[in-house]
Unconditional design. Structure first.
Length: 289
């Protein structure tokens, strides 16, 4: 895969990342369907050739459609791709949903990646952490540190903007894909995570995306209430006639009796108080239907 011309500063970062990766005697890349890990996979393929494998973990917390995107990305990069199943949703420390829930998820993931690396005789485990991630509270970073995971994008000085620009230059289709954290992040900390809740959230998000055409959404799970959050840019999509009526009717079918809609706050914008539009649904007795 060849690069289109890049700015001098960005080219320095690309070359540095490739150099960092090239020092390893093979590597396993933790490949999600996101742009960060996809870029690492592409650069690792460039640096190590066939001495690299991309691994995608599948569990009940993976959003619908993400595994297909990861597979397509791997094919485009021409990198060997392995799909594994992880069982973090059966770990009580994870399902209790503490504030450091992500630690238990990543700990499970990196243990599996180390096993894959050892089985293939590969030295390093690489992830897609970049500089913007380091400013957030991310318990998963502790698990990465404990597992000896390397983050070539952060080490080479990539910001999220740099990542997207480089991915675009490389022709990666996911270059502008919105972030899609695991479904467990839609359940408030302290509320138990169950397979049923994860399935409900995944189905709800698929429904809302299909009906609205929006790409960057979340459906937060609050018992019988679903809080739809959408990017500010895509919020007008929901103002079309009768769209919310259809949304609330579809979500009622999977157990949500109340729906709210509001803009999604992003890390790059200062949080502001927002009054969500509230759509109340009647509780209907369906025992005879």
């Amino acid at each position: 895969m060849s690069l289109s011309p890049a700015s001098a500063g960005l080219q320095v970062k690309i070359d540095k990342a490739v150099h960092i990766i090239g020092q390893f005697n093979g590597a396993v890349v933790a490949l999600s369907a996101g742009v960060d890990s996809s870029l690492v996979a592409a650069l690792a393929r460039k640096a190590l050739g066939d001495r690299v494998v991309a691994v995608t973990a599948v569990s009940e917390s993976l959003a619908p459609g993400e595994i297909e995107i990861a597979k397509k990305t791997a094919r485009g990069i021409r990198i060997r791709h392995i799909v594994v199943t992880t069982d973090e949703v059966h770990n009580e420390s994870y399902t209790a949903n503490p504030s450091n829930r992500c630690y238990y998820c990543k700990d499970t993931l990196y243990r599996e990646l180390r096993r894959q690396a050892d089985n293939s005789g590969l030295e390093a485990i690489l992830d897609g952490t970049q500089l913007d991630d380091l400013g957030d509270t991310r318990p998963g970073l502790l698990a990465a540190k404990e597992a000896g995971v390397r983050s070539p994008l952060a080490e080479a000085g990539f910001s999220k903007k740099d990542v997207r620009e480089t991915a675009h230059l490389l022709g990666l289709e996911v270059w502008d894909k919105p972030a899609m954290p695991c479904l467990s992040s839609r359940i408030p900390h302290g509320e138990e995570i169950t397979v049923e809740k994860l399935s409900q959230v995944g189905e709800a998000e698929s429904m809302v995306k299909r009906l609205s055409g929006a790409r960057d959404i979340r459906v937060r799970h609050h018992g019988e209430a679903a809080a739809i959050e959408v990017s500010q840019e895509e919020l007008p999509l929901f103002h079309r006639d009768d769209l919310m009526k259809q949304v609330k009717e579809d979500l009622r079918l999977i157990g949500f009796t109340r729906v709210t809609l509001g803009p999604r706050k992003t890390a790059s914008k200062q949080a502001t108080a927002v009054v969500a539009q509230d759509y109340l649904l009647p509780i209907i007795n369906t025992s005879n239907h």
